[in-house]
Design a protein around this ligand. Sequence first.
Ligand SMILES: [Zn+2]
Length: 333
Amino acid sequence: MEKRGYSSAVRLHGWNTPGVCGLDNSGNSCYFNAVLQCLCSTVPLVEHLLNKDTHKELCRVAQVFVRLLEEMWLGSSPSCAPVEARSVLCSILPQFNNYSQQDAQELLIFLLNALHDDLKKSQDQNKNCATAAGESTIVSHLFEGQLSYMRLCMHCEHQAHSTQSFTVLSLPIPTSTTKCSIQDCLSLFFEQTTLTGGEQMLCSVCRQRRETAVLTCLDKPPEILVLHLKRWVKQHHLFRVTFISHNLDKQMELCPEWLKGSNHTGSLNMGHYTALCHNTLTRAWHCFDDSAVREVQDNLVQSPNAYILLYTRKPFQKEKSTDVCSFCFHLPS
Ligand SMILES: [Zn+2]
């Protein structure tokens, strides 16, 4: 009984719960902290990076990221300062080397790319390792999806097909309404469009620029789908729109569990980012507001300020028999 009481106290304060760790703000770094929280709650990524076999010969970005994960998942402090992670990132990506508010979506893409490149370098250096597999890394395995495009010449009906990989889908928001759902944004993104005027494309059969119908399809959904809502319109004005639901699962057969997301309030240059992440051990949601962490009830997770959303196709589950990293996923009982 005593143990149970301790456990709920731990959960209440977020102390000693693996993966529930605030991040200190080092001056306008809430966007940085919110993005890190989303990545650090992505259990398959955490498991892979904390696996001892993985971090034998990691390069710089991955090393720093692993050290941060160790603090957040294995440490005992309610918060830590991601100073090293930020300084390494800034040395590689100088555009983030100032203290003005940056865009979280750009950072997320840069960070995933840097981590992917770094892990690939480590794999190449470690070619003897049986797990080294071509161009793919845990980052591309989890976050990379593929879109296919069909372009139809409106004159001769010639079809041209192409594909493109992506890590983040930037969704337009319908302008005709003040309330919409994620489905509305997805429908708009995948809506067939016709390129006319200066946008006409060269048809290889007609050998001329022609009106072209373009149909975009989700060819290969990623394990973890990252959606970015294009809330910024001209002059960086926040596009105020209320999201009425997040039941994306019906349309895309994704996990109904809303994994995590980054919220933004304010304008692009000013404002504040927080992250709402699901902890797979406690099965509880937490709001990460820099170093402050609080538990959030499931029904309060949806936010009208959602900006970046991460969905997983399969719920993250920890089987007791799993040996990989089981040490770091000890749930206080
Ligand atoms: Zn044609």
